[in-house]
Design a protein. Sequence first.
Length: 188
Amino acid sequence: DGFQHYKMAYSAYWNKALILAINCQNIAITGEGEICMHHIEDPGGEERIRGPHCILFAETSNFTLRGVHISQAGNYNFMGYHLENGVFENLNITEGYDGIHIRGGKRIVIRNCDILTGDDAIAGGWWENFAITHCNLNSTCFAVRVIFPATNFEFGHSVCNGPGKFPQRNLLKQQGLNSVMMSAIILQ
């Protein structure tokens, strides 16, 4: 169930991140800088390669990520659990696995972002009043992957394109280069 996945935010195995915010309100990461993880790997991680997320927020509300370039995450560039009133705007997210992955999000807006990843560009679920607009999404997997229920989900005025500019790192090591975009939007 949703609670089981939400508990993963507190797992020492899963919550490794360069920037970790749990139970925070009224926070922002803004500017024109870059947060680069240099593909940190963990042989003990998922698929024996995935390292830490770049940014992980859990139980966080009233937040903004704006104008930053996030790149080369060891796992997800942004991972979120139980988020409310969030804005992702004018972000440039490249490489890594998922660009933005949110499990439990209310009143979330993702707009004017360029997300070019080696896995899903935007993924997750348990979304309420969730909007993706005016984004450029390039993926080696799915541009938008809704894997859990969503209510009042809007997607529009965006471009989904492939093949993926960046390969999925686990497949690159195991099977050679994989750059196929499987679907623009998948609702599972």
